[in-house]
Design a protein around this ligand. Sequence first.
Ligand code: CU
Length: 133
Amino acid sequence: MALTSSTARRRFIFVTLGLVGSFASRILAAGQTRRDFTVVARRYGYRVNGSDVAEIRVVQNDLVHVTFSTEDIPHSFTIEEAPYRIMKRAEPGSPVSFSFRADQPGRFRFFCNLTIDEGCRQMQGTLIVAAAR
Ligand SMILES: [Cu+2]
């Protein structure tokens, strides 16, 4: 009986810690929320979280986590404007993951800057960072 209740208590603590842990990973600190995006490139565009609307919408100070992959040839996910300045290249079968803090509000174009294929010039999307309230 004593054994059962201590096992139950241990299980309760374990579950509680698990819940607290998953909550803590979502809210990293006051006002900083992690946002996950899947960006898939293909001739000639990007899909964001399964949508053809190539927009990444976040709120200022979010921690943005992107998993970037390509379905056909190598493509890049490039933002030239400060402060983001990102250049990630994905090869077929080799997704890349990266994170950044969306500390600057505004609209920032992302595009493919690879020159292997002329069509890549058409590839673009927008990172939209809403100002924090
Ligand atoms: Cu490309």
